[in-house]
Design a protein around this ligand. Sequence first.
Ligand code: 5GP
Ligand code: ZN
Length: 133
Amino acid sequence: MLQPASWDKMAPSCTDGVNSLPGNCVFCEIVEGRRKAAILYEDPEVLAFRDILPQAPTHILIVPKEHVPSAVAVSDPDLWSKLMDVARKLALELGCEDKGYRLVVNSGPQAGQTIPHLHVHLLAGRSFRWPPG
Ligand code: 5GP
Ligand code: ZN
């Protein structure tokens, strides 16, 4: 499991609720095939599947196969390029490039992160407001 070197020195308000273990992680269960999901993309490091409660006509979650609790726990910056490249490929494959799409990473409770396994939301198929709620 990846952890930032200074995890224990971080303010609790930033990390509360996002530091889970892989054993009871919903997205680890999907990665390991212990929980069903509509998988759209897979490679040795990244998995993408449809969100179970879609907030837009297209709502895909792109996750690292390794359990990384949140954005702040990403110690290898290359992971971001891998996740973003999969998002780009899926957006093209699903024909989202013309009308547009939104990528979202919620990190921590105040941002609304509910599953403590890093994931990028790819949302498309409707207009989105800014600023987000
Ligand atoms: P967060 O709120 O952490 O940014 O996003 C977590 C997302 O995971 C939510 O959009 C939620 O609907 C989705 N989700 C939660 N449990 C499951 C599940 O078991 N399967 C799938 N495919 N998505 C899930
Ligand atoms: Zn996990």
